[in-house]
Design a binder for this molecule. Sequence first.
Ligand SMILES: [Zn+2]
Length: 345
Amino acid sequence: MIDNLEKLHEEVTGRLERCASEEEIEQIRIDYLGRKGGKLTALMRGLRELPADQRPRAGQELNRRRGEIEGLLETRLDDLRRNRGRPMDQGPRLDVTLPGNRVERGRVHPLTRVTDEIIDVFTGMGFEIARGPDVEDDYHNFEALNIPRDHPARDMQDTFFVSDDHVLRTHTSPVQIRIMEQRRPPLQIIAPGAVYRHDDDATHSPVFHQVEGFMVDHDISFGDLKGVLTLFLEQIFQDEVRVRFRPSFFPFTEPSAEVDIGCILCRGARDAGNCRVCRGSGWLEILGSGMIDPNVFGFVGYDAEAFSGFAFGMGVERIAMLKYGMDDIRLFFQNDIRFLRQFPP
Ligand SMILES: [Zn+2]
């Protein structure tokens, strides 16, 4: 009888662990404590058949077990009621065999990717990276770069004015001035960043990105400029790219040169007249450059007799569009996922 009680207790404990509703608990109560057919009730009835000297001890034991089982049922019922209404109990039960959600990897934006490539090439040649403010004062954006008050580059159509004396920088060249004001040569620096101009069509965006670069020391020559920029273009277009230096004018360099590369689409073939990239010229303008104007050295207090240097600037979007064969600059800024997905992670 004692053994039977022990077995009953284990059965009840096992069933209670598995049960998930009040109805199931009620069923267990009926199965063990029910007046008719309850297993414990049946044992109590069996007391009468025991020899008189064993009855008191067996009766005590039965009552103790009965109390225990009632306690277990009560505790389990409390647990269920307390947990009811929690999220896990609402809706379908968790199915751990379902496949998980796929987590897609993000991608580096093509402009960031190209900027990083440009930075890699120049840091490989010993250039440092510098940055400057996006809101620039008139002096650093224009004056100290040898762009006087009446210069057309200051025209309202090109420049976003923040106040009479402050603009959204129209190029990254002011970083040149800020560095030269603080430091002495030798300097070998690139300055990547956003620039702003009042312009908006398929090949112009009101915000775009430039990388400015310059090198100043004793005896820096136009040959150094050609060497550095040719090596850069060969690395960035990963090809035996043809490079051409063409005389030009910028207020802050003298002499100045625009740098072209051979068209990466038609490669200057005879039927280049149909080429949509170079429009038949066989060449693509890729950056502006020149020897830093002695007037600029004057603004930052360098002795133009002792030092010389070159500077250059390029548009990151322009290089990215050529590298990826794109014909609309606006794609970079629309964040259309279909466009961004075309670049490998
Ligand atoms: Zn072409």
